[in-house]
Design a protein around this ligand. Sequence first.
Ligand code: GLN
Length: 547
Amino acid sequence: MARYIFITGGVVSSLGKGLASAALGALLQARGYSVRLRKLDPYLNVDPGTMSPFEHGEVFVTDDGAETDLDLGHYERFTGVAARQTDSISSGRVYSNVLEKERRGDYLGKTIQVIPHVTNEIKDFINIGDEEVDFMLCEIGGTVGDIEGLPFFEAIRQFAQDKPRGQCIFMHLTLLPWLAASGELKTKPTQHSVKELRSIGLQPDILVCRSEQPIPDKEREKLALFCNVRPESVIAAYDLKSIYEAPLAYHREGLDQAVLDAFQIAPAPRPDLTVWQDVSDRIHNTDGSVNIAVVGKYTQLEDAYKSIKEALIHGGMANRIKVNVEWVDAEVFDKDDAAPHLEGYHAILVPGGFGERGTEGKIKAAEFARTRKIPYLGICLGMQMAVIEAARNLAGLSDAGSEEFDHEAGEKRFEPVVYHLKEWVQGNHQVKRSVGDDKGGTMRLGAYTASLAEGSKVAQVYGDTTIEERHRHRYEVDVAYRDKLEECGLQFSGMSPDGRLPEIVEVKDHPWFIGVQFHPELKSKPFDPHPLFKDFVRAAKEVSRLV
Ligand code: GLN
């Protein structure tokens, strides 16, 4: 049976609950335990798949095809444990399951209520895979006091009550605001937040306090006294240069020890932190820097490309170089010359995206990178744009475009070099879709295998000819154009095993130009950088050394 750690937040949102959870997961692993991390989100969307990246940041996709919260990305990056569909649940999913059961007659004769039907559904979810790991870490999204969060708080209260004593602990993350005028750290908001938690039956065992200033002993004792926790369980969380310092920083503050103490695990196994010491060394000891342009649409909100930014940083760590990621809005040069906006960068990355807005700019970015021989990495839409660019400018198909844009506009304007995929093979079964399908959860999602051409650049980068990567897209490059494009120098160097779906393209006569239909950024880790990002940053480093 697993031990459970429930992580809640108070005072304000965006305190880094996900990061604290992920770092704690990594510290427990360093002590030899197995962990799994879960996210329980109170919003009513069934999953974040249909939310705008502007609102919610990136959608993180799991191997088994779930569209989940970006915190699951943090979990994977810190623990290396691949997230699953069953690690992410929202109120929307909970209610939809409960209502489905009600219609089916599973509760025949009963009145369906939040307690017990909704809370039971949540508890069943938390319990999945209980026997597989030593620790299950469950983060509750939002902040204590939110109306939507109540069923989740009630469910974890009941859950801890159902389990044997000592099997579950609660960790609460808050903020200690700093009043510069009086030079004081204020504990009152934390006291109120804990009061709120206790009023619904939850007593935190550990308090993690975000603070810009060192927490004096006096304040620590006050927090302990008023919030009913032990002084050594008040853990300070200071701002860090890099998120990857979080495991070492939390360890220094005694978080993992406090957690093991709360479970009364003694003696505590000694931690082996060498992985994180190496990561920290790579952040602090770099030789020079590279400037990489990410040419996208959701550039105002960095979280929209969270995993890409992190994967680039990992690539930098592998090469011991600092990566400066610059966000460039593609729409700005939709109609103008791209060169003034892109000159001077050591590499260009065009990320995934949806809809036509900004795509002419992205096509120009691909052209700029191809003709100026600047390293280019196109991800999903970024690969589709590179193919359209080659079709227009190398193969002479001046109307080349994507059916996605025609569908959006409701008229036919382009030759569909990229078309709506309606049938494909997943494992050993056939998947079918049509244009009018529901928008949620109907894309080509999750892990698929690709076969790489012997002797290709990507085969060399991966050091393998069979790979598995995660997908999230509805449209696909049409293999019918393969011969024509290959004659012009765009090699289709990665294909689905049945040879029907182009997975990777590369420009032959170019130092580094690769487009991939999948999302390699989702699998990169600081201690195990993704080969594509590692080599892309290496290529950028080479360019930077030439100028
Ligand atoms: N909009 C494109 C498609 O659906 C690309 C999606 C993406 O970049 N993730 O195929």
